[in-house]
Design a protein around this ligand. Structure first.
Ligand code: HEM
Ligand code: HEM
Length: 227
């Protein structure tokens, strides 16, 4: 059984994500998961076994802080080093329109295996636009509330108290999104090729045209400006 479609290097391919996007994406994935498992070890009193993996509660707290700093650095590298890509991403999210709404309404049926006709999508489809808004927002709240919890002496007591529920709610929201997103970006039939876009940087040209027609036409097809 094959989980992800085979990578085909002998067919026409187009670039989807540059090196820095891919490096930072996998960097924040690893650090996010480390923060999640160590955070859960601290959060759930009953999860002694989870804490034991990190050398007890003290070890989990230490790994949590190291991974948190690494995640902050990775996010900063993306923002500073990939500023143009970040702006293009934000512009794409702001193009949210009727085709994205139709995508979101029809996708549950496609997910369940029904054949549906999806209208042309830009670089990120309606679901990915939603993910692009929700997950990074939750991660920003995790980072801000995390540092407030870490250095309570320099923040007002009310803010420190507020940081705990904000950290926990953001953790639940981000984890829910990442579970769906991780599956859709890898094993889900049909969208698996996008994994290669994030791993190797390119996707099959026919896949790009089929899944992201508007983006394909504007970047590589008839409407490309040739920049
Ligand atoms: C768990 C394993 C993960 C896998 C397999 C995965 C896979 C992918 C793939 C394939 C893409 C590109 C989709 C496209 O072609 O447009 C992508 C994009 C993205 N990833 Fe991940 N990812 C994972 C974890 C994460 C984590 C932990 C975060 C953030 C905390 C994250 C945030 C994003 C965002 C914001 C995008 C752009 C929007 C989107 O395509 O939904 N990913 N990911
Ligand atoms: C820059 C990012 C982050 C920083 C600075 C940070 C910092 C902290 C700190 C200082 C604590 C308290 C630890 C203790 O009591 O020893 C904590 C707890 C926790 N963190 Fe984070 N964290 C970050 C990211 C994350 C992420 C990405 C997740 C999960 C996805 C997460 C989940 C948790 C959980 C579940 C707890 C336990 C909260 C509680 O006891 O109510 N953290 N974090």
């Amino acid at each position: 059984m094959q989980w992800i479609p085979e990578y085909k290097g002998d067919v026409p391919r187009v670039e989807r994500f540059n090196f820095l996007s891919r490096f930072t994406h996998w960097g924040h994935t690893v650090t996010f998961l480390l923060c999640l498992f160590t955070g859960l070890a601290l959060f759930l009193d009953s999860a002694d076994w989870l804490a034991a993996i990190f050398g007890g509660f003290h070890g989990a707290g230490l790994v949590h802080r190291i991974a948190a700093v690494a995640m902050t650095i990775v996010v900063a590298i993306f923002v500073v080093g990939n500023f143009k890509v970040l702006i293009a991403w934000i512009k794409d999210i702001l193009r949210f329109g009727l085709n994205d709404i139709i995508f979101i309404m029809k996708f549950p049926f496609e997910f369940l295996g029904f054949k549906v006709k999806i209208p042309p999508q830009t670089k990120f489809n309606g679901g990915e636009k939603g993910n692009s808004m929700l997950t990074p927002t939750a991660v920003i709240f995790l980072i801000l509330s995390g540092y407030i919890m870490w250095f309570p002496a320099i923040f007002p007591a009310g803010l420190v108290r507020l940081a705990y529920p904000i950290h926990d709610i953001s953790m639940v929201l981000a984890t829910f999104m990442v579970c769906m997103h991780g599956y859709l970006g890898s094993f889900h039939p049909g969208s698996g090729e996008s994994f290669w876009g994030m791993w190797k940087g390119t996707v099959r040209e026919d896949w790009a045209e089929h899944h992201h027609k508007t983006w394909y036409d504007e970047t590589y097809g008839d409407k490309a400006s040739g920049e």
